[in-house]
Design a protein around this ligand. Structure first.
Ligand code: INI
Length: 181
């Protein structure tokens, strides 16, 4: 237990976060082809960060879908295979002249949250929702870093956190009593 220092006093509370080591983890990455100029850069950023954290290429599975609207179903199915400890969802939605953008962006976000809540496997939201192409380029490796890298770090942390919390629950779960005959 790490002592947490607050202004008033030191609190000996359980304070948990997932580690940044990816050596033993398996990852799924769902990538949308729409705006591939951006999504391929995000994918490269995510792969670089996963490898830097210790993930083996053989532990990474990439699935491609047409657009961001299709990402949630593929992410959910991938999570359900049991082959991944976390899924990274990569897409890029750029506002156009109609309201299509709003439907695609909000359904991608809603679907991905549902996928992780339904499966219990962390699903990391790396779907850029931008007003302009310039904003997207900035977030795919230019001025604002590469959001694919950030997503990969979040995936490693959440995968480790999830397995840590699962293990803790298994230890603390109440034992069933034997029935007397
Ligand atoms: N898909 C995207 O990933 N980004 C977009 O900006 C986008 N726009 O703007 O239309 C987009 N549309 C396609 C959509 O995701 C589906 O593939 C399509 O509607 C078929 O279901």
């Amino acid at each position: 237990m790490t002592p947490v220092v607050s202004k008033a006093k030191t609190i000996h509370a359980r304070d948990t976060r997932g580690s940044a080591a990816a050596g033993k983890l398996r990852f799924g990455i769902v990538v949308a082809r729409f705006n591939s100029f951006i999504t391929e850069r995000l994918l490269t950023g995510a792969l670089d960060a996963l490898r830097a954290a210790g993930a083996a290429d053989s532990a990474i599975e990439i699935v491609r879908v047409p657009g961001s609207f299709e990402i949630p179903l593929a992410a959910k199915k991938l999570a359900e295979t049991g082959r991944t400890d976390a899924v990274i969802a990569i897409g890029c939605v750029i506002r156009g002249e109609t309201s299509h953008y709003d439907y695609v962006a909000s359904e991608a976000a809603r679907g991905l949250q549902l996928a992780q809540m339904d499966t219990g496997i962390p699903v990391i939201f790396c779907v850029l929702t931008c007003e302009t192409l310039e904003q997207a380029i900035d977030r795919a490796g230019l001025k604002s870093g590469n959001k694919g890298q950030e997503a990969a770090l979040a995936a490693v942390e959440m995968a480790n956190l999830s397995s840590g919390l699962r293990a803790a629950r298994a230890v603390t779960a109440p034992r069933r009593r034997k029935r007397r005959s």
